[in-house]
Design a protein around this ligand. Structure first.
Ligand code: KG4
Ligand code: ZN
Length: 343
């Protein structure tokens, strides 16, 4: 049995966790910074990086003390090394390097996307490779075949905005607080998902790529028109995202013979999206797996778990491991055409 300390600071959540190779989360702590970024309607990179410097060390102390362990008891330190806001990424990575150096422990430099991609295997002991993954977060919207730790084939990505980014931008247009996903989900419960005619970009196209920029512009027009209630716009927007995710994933399922379909990332916390994807898996005769909500949004347990998997596979990183702003899981995937290209 191994114990891995995981550290995360690639966006606006500072997090630390201790996870064992037999899937026990010994302790985990996440501190968000919503209050600090709310006046700006989005994450301000420098504010985030400075906050991580203040918050992260206390969280490391906290999880070690909750688990009754000292740094000498862990087998390795796993820290997010990208992709993300580079100033923030450097905080967890350098903290991890410092701890590894001082305690004489191996360092694991973790790809944050791999943390999301493998997180379902922490919560679901029966989830074997390979599986089809819909990774939906604030920065990414991708369909990937996960063949093993470190072995990914990208089937599709977004040609402009990520799904979470679309939630955040739509929320801003509706005057809702950041992050927009949970706020839109709450308001949508009071609205009619058929009230506002909104587009479903790329639905019906042969390649399973995503696009959300046109949907955001349509929300903007609906808000400006003054013809619709905010709760109806929220519900109609959420339904449009659900329809896009379901249609695009259905195409990918046709291209993939994996038995299991998995969804992960912050947007997978959304109940309407989760239940639409459960139905999709059922209709296509696939097993479905999704982590609990707390493991979908950014956390360090998923980073520690990716560390568990990499440690078991014999990976170790050296102390000169770089912090990377961009770090695609499938380095061989072609770039796709679009207004704002995402990895
Ligand atoms: O995975 P995550 O915590 O951070 C990134 O790696 O990006 O995802 C954050 C994103 C934000 O855009 C947030 O609005 C969205 O996930 N999100 C949601 C919900 N909870 C978080 N989107 C829709 N519904 C939710 N309940
Ligand atoms: Zn994330």
């Amino acid at each position: 049995m191994t114990v891995i300390l995981g550290l995360e600071s690639s966006c606006d959540d500072s997090a630390a966790a201790l996870v064992t190779s037999d899937r026990r989360v010994l302790a985990q702590a996440v501190v968000g910074q919503n209050g600090a970024h709310q006046p700006y309607g989005g994450v301000v990179p420098e504010i985030a990086a400075r906050a991580h410097v203040e918050i992260l060390p206390g969280l490391i102390e906290q999880v070690l003390s909750e688990a009754g362990l000292s740094i000498g008891d862990v087998d390795a330190v796993a820290a997010t090394a990208g992709p993300g806001l580079i100033g923030g990424v450097m905080v967890a990575l350098l903290a991890g390097k410092g701890l590894a150096l001082a305690a004489g422990k191996p360092l694991l430099a973790i790809n944050h996307l791999e943390g999301h991609a493998l997180s379902p295997r922490l919560s679901d002991p029966d989830l074997d490779f390979p599986y089809l993954l819909l990774l939906v977060s604030g920065g990414h919207c991708q369909l990937l075949e996960v063949r093993g730790a470190g072995d990914y084939r990208r089937l599709a990505t977004t040609i402009d905005d990520a799904a979470g980014e679309a939630f955040d931008k739509a929320a801003k247009l509706l005057g809702l607080p950041y992050p927009g996903g949970p706020a839109i989900e709450e308001l949508a419960k009071l609205g009619d998902p058929t009230a506002v005619p909104l587009p479903r970009p790329l639905v019906g196209s042969a390649e399973p790529h995503f696009s959300f920029a046109g949907l955001k512009s349509a929300v903007q027009r609906a808000v400006i028109s003054g013809d619709f209630r905010k709760e109806d716009i929220a519900a109609s927007f959420q339904q449009a995202v659900v329809d896009c995710l379901v249609d695009r994933t259905a195409i990918a399922l046709r291209h993939s013979d994996t038995e299991t379909f998995v969804v992960a990332g912050g947007v997978a916390a959304n109940q309407a999206i989760r239940s639409a994807l459960v139905d999709l898996a059922k209709r296509n005769g696939r097993r479905f797996s999704v982590p609990p909500q707390w493991l979908c949004t950014d956390n360090a347990a998923m980073i520690a778990w990716a560390g568990v998997e990499r440690f078991a596979a014999g990976h170790r990183d050296s102390l000169d491991a770089p912090a990377r702003a961009r770090w695609p899981l499938d380095e061989s995937a072609d770039r796709v055409r679009g207004a704002g290209i995402k990895a």
